[in-house]
Write a protein that binds this ligand. Structure first.
Ligand code: BGC
Length: 246
């Protein structure tokens, strides 16, 4: 069965129909720029444009880079503040005419990795972290997600962890991979002290360059790169939206 997966990020909105039995894209991924400012109305129009281009009618799973509860976006760290306490799910349903399930972007990426990627068959405590504009997180206990964890906003040295260790900071401050890895290590150390995970999965934009920084990361838990790269959000969103079908 196919479900349309859409992944909303700070700079791009990507979508493709996904075969939810095997987690593969059924058509080439379409990417449109995220409108700036990223106000709900404009983002909704872009989502509707993706749906139109695939000529899609049916359930849609859609990510958003924020806490999402019952369709409502409760935070807005890297998007327009108009998303605070806004029912994004309802807006996308109205714009597309399709049933929509809205969920956090890192939760979606984690769901995809646990089902088909680096976390497949992993029991115990698994923490997925995505490093991009911000730091996203998802934690799984024996394969079950605890949603909306937001570890990227944990305080490290008086700042949000993502303001020290997101991939955006590495590029903005022109940090070497080793210097950036020191910051990431500090954050991972805090995660270990609190959760004693069995496995870390490192995802987000940087995961395709993992050979540059993974050798510098020091954790007691095993640490592996994500495998689904920039398709994880689309695939995980589609998988999560299975609930709309049952
Ligand atoms: C947001 C999270 C999101 C992460 C990655 C953070 O700033 O608060 O909800 O998962 O960025 O996009």
């Amino acid at each position: 069965m196919e479900i349309l997966g859409i992944d909303i990020g700070g700079s791009g909105i990507k979508g493709a129909p996904v075969d939810i039995e095997n987690g593969t894209l059924q058509a080439e991924r379409l990417r449109l720029d995220t409108p700036q400012p990223s106000v709900p109305e404009a983002v909704g129009d872009t989502v509707a444009e993706i749906v139109r281009r695939f000529n899609w009618q049916g359930p849609i799973g859609c990510t958003f880079p924020a806490v999402v509860k019952h369709g409502v976006t409760l935070t807005a760290a890297n998007v327009d503040k108009a998303w605070l306490n806004f029912n994004g799910q309802k807006l996308f349903e109205a714009k597309t005419g399709c049933p929509v399930l809205l969920l956090n972007d890192a939760d979606a990426a984690g769901i995809a990795e646990m089902e088909f990627g680096a976390g497949k068959g992993e029991a115990g405590v698994v923490i997925m972290l995505t490093f991009g504009t911000g730091i996203g997180s998802a934690i799984f206990v024996d394969g079950r997600l605890v949603p909306n964890t937001e570890f990227g906003h944990m305080e490290v040295r008086g700042k949000d962890a993502e303001h020290r260790a997101a991939d955006r900071i590495r590029t903005e401050k022109d940090l070497s991979w080793e210097k950036w890895a020191e910051r990431v290590n500090e954050f991972l150390g805090r995660m270990e002290a609190l959760f004693s995970p069995d496995l870390f999965i490192i995802g987000g934009g940087v995961s395709k360059k993992h050979e540059k920084f993974l050798p510098f990361l020091k954790t007691q838990a095993r640490i592996v790169p994500a495998q689904m790269l920039n398709e994880a959000g689309i695939i995980g969103a589609a998988l999560a939206a299975k609930v709309l079908v049952r």
